[in-house]
Design a binder for this molecule. Structure first.
Ligand SMILES: [Zn+2]
Length: 396
C-alpha cells in the first residue's frame, strides 16, 4: 500500500529543484511518487499532511567520528583537548554507548539518515552498523572505515593503525577490509590535533605507500579517503589515485587539475576543524590559523567549485551538519537550496549511494521535515520536526 506525505514545499536535493507544494509517495522502504500534483489515489486516510515545513531527503554526513560526537558541545572550564583526552582514554565499550546515543540524536534531532565514520575509535562504528542493520537499535545508515591508517607517529597515531612501507600499508588496508570497512581512511599529513607540536604542512605517507593502499583498497572494491592539510600531502595522495581528499586546506592549481583528472572529491569539514581550534588550547593561534589554514581552505574550495569538483558536507568531530551546510554555502556564495545539496545529492555521489540523497521514485524513503521555509533561510535546519528512515517515522 502506498502512503503519502504532503507539505507546502520540498527541496529535492539536486541543488536546484523545489516543489511547491510537494506530494511524496512511499511504499515499503522506497519513494514511489514525487510531484507537485496530488496523486489520484491520495485520500485523508493514506496521507499525512505536514503544515509549515520543508521536506528534504534525509541529510548525509560524509565525514564524522560518531563515538566522539559529544565533544562538539562545549563544557565550561574544559578545553576541547582535555575533554577529548578524557573521552578517548575510556574503553571502547563505553565509546560504543556514545556512538549509539549520538546516532539516535542524529536521526531524531538533526534529520541525518546517513553517516560516514572516519575512524579513531577502533571498530565501534562497524559494530554499531551491524547492530543497526540487524534492527537491534535505531540509527542512520552507517559507512565505516574501521581504523584509520597512519605512518609511525603520524596524525592521530594513538587511535590509528601505524604502517610503514608499501607492504605494511597494503596489509593494514587488507586488515580493515577483513574487519568490514566500507571505505579506507589514510592520514596523509599532519593536522591541528596537537598543533603547534604537530605540523599540518608536512606530508606523511610516500607516494609508493599510498599507491599500495589505493591498489589494495580498489582491488577490494573500497574507496580511499585521506586526511590531508598540506599541499605536498594532497599532491601525493592525488598522484597515488586516492578518491577523497578530507580537509584539503592547502590546495593549489596543480591539486585542482589532478582532482579534476582523477574525479576526486573534496570534503572540507569546515566547522569541524574550526570548532576544534576554537574550543581548544589552539585558540591562541586563531589569527595565525585563520591566515595560514582557514582562509587558504576557503580559497581552495572556491577553486574546486569553479572546476566542477564535488564538495561534500562533513562535520568531523567538532562541527554540526547544519552549521557545515551554512558555512559551505557562505564560502561558495550559494543559495540555501544549493548549499543543502552538499549534504544531499552531492554527498550521495561521493558516498556512491545512488539510492539516497535525492527525492526521486526508486530511492530509499529517507526524509526529514524541517520547520519553516528552507528555501529562504537555513535557520530551520536546527528545528527538525520529523525524520523517516526506510519509509518509517523515527520515534523517540
Ligand atoms: Zn576526521
Amino acid at each position: 500500500m502506498t502512503t503519502y506525505l504532503s507539505a507546502p514545499r520540498a527541496i529535492i536535493g539536486d541543488g536546484k529543484t523545489v516543489l511547491t507544494p510537494a506530494w511524496i509517495g512511499i511504499q515499503g522502504k522506497l519513494i514511489t511518487y514525487v510531484s507537485v500534483q496530488k496523486p489520484a489515489d491520495a485520500t485523508d486516510d493514506n496521507t499525512t499532511a505536514l503544515e509549515g515545513v520543508t521536506l528534504t531527503p534525509g541529510l548525509m554526513n560524509i565525514h564524522d567520528h560518531i563515538s566522539r560526537k559529544s565533544l562538539r558541545f562545549s563544557v565550561n572550564g574544559q578545553t576541547f583537548g582535555e575533554r577529548a583526552n578524557k573521552l578517548m582514554s575510556r574503553d571502547l565499550s563505553y565509546l560504543m554507548l556514545h556512538s549509539y546515543i549520538n546516532m539516535k540524536r542524529y536521526l531524531l534531532e538533526e534529520g541525518i539518515t546517513y553517516v560516514r565514520d572516519q575512524g579513531l575509535t577502533g571498530y565501534t562504528a562497524i559494530e554499531l552498523r551491524g547492530a543497526i542493520d540487524e534492527g537491534l537499535v535505531d540509527g542512520p545508515y552507517l559507512s565505516a572505515c574501521g581504523m584509520s591508517i597512519c605512518i609511525t607517529g603520524g596524525h592521530c597515531y594513538r587511535q590509528s593503525m601505524e604502517a610503514d612501507g608499501p607492504d605494511n600499508v597494503r596489509r593494514a588496508v587488507r586488515i580493515q577490509v577483513s574487519k568490514g570497512a566500507d571505505v579506507i581512511k589514510l592520514m596523509g599529513s599532519g593536522g591541528l590535533e596537537h598543533f603547534p607540536q604537530e605540523d599540518p604542512t608536512v606530508p606523511q605517507f610516500t607516494v609508493e605507500e599510498l599507491r599500495a593502499a589505493v591498489e589494495a583498497a580498489h582491488d577490494a572494491g573500497r574507496d580511499t579517503a585521506i586526511h590531508a592539510y598540506s599541499t605536498e600531502g594532497i599532491l601525493r595522495a592525488l598522484r597515488a589515485g586516492v578518491d577523497h581528499i578530507e580537509h584539503g586546506t592547502m590546495m593549489t592549481e596543480e591539486c585542482i587539475e589532478l582532482m579534476v583528472k582523477n574525479g576526486s572529491a573534496l570534503n572540507p569539514t569546515m566547522t569541524g576543524i574550526r570548532g576544534a581550534a576554537a574550543a581548544g588550547p589552539n585558540i591562541k593561534y586563531w589569527d595565525m590559523l585563520k591566515e595560514r589554514i582557514f582562509s587558504r581552505q576557503e580559497n581552495g574550495m572556491r577553486m574546486a567549485k569553479k572546476a566542477g569538483i564535488l564538495i561534500g558536507a562533513g562535520t568531523d568531530t567538532a562541527g554540526t551538519l547544519a552549521d557545515e551546510i551554512a558555512m559551505i554555502g557562505d564560502t561558495l556564495g550559494e543559495s540555501p537550496v544549493e548549499a543543502l545539496s552538499h549534504a544531499l545529492g552531492v554527498n550521495a555521489l561521493i558516498a556512491r549511494r545512488p539510492d539516497m540523497g535525492v527525492l526521486e521514485a526508486g530511492r530509499l524513503a529517507n526524509l526529514a521535515a524541517f520547520e519553516g521555509d528552507l528555501t529562504q533561510s537555513l535557520d530551520g535546519l536546527s528545528r527538525v520536526r520529523h525524520t523517516w528512515k526506510d519509509g518509517s517515522l523515527c520515534r523517540r
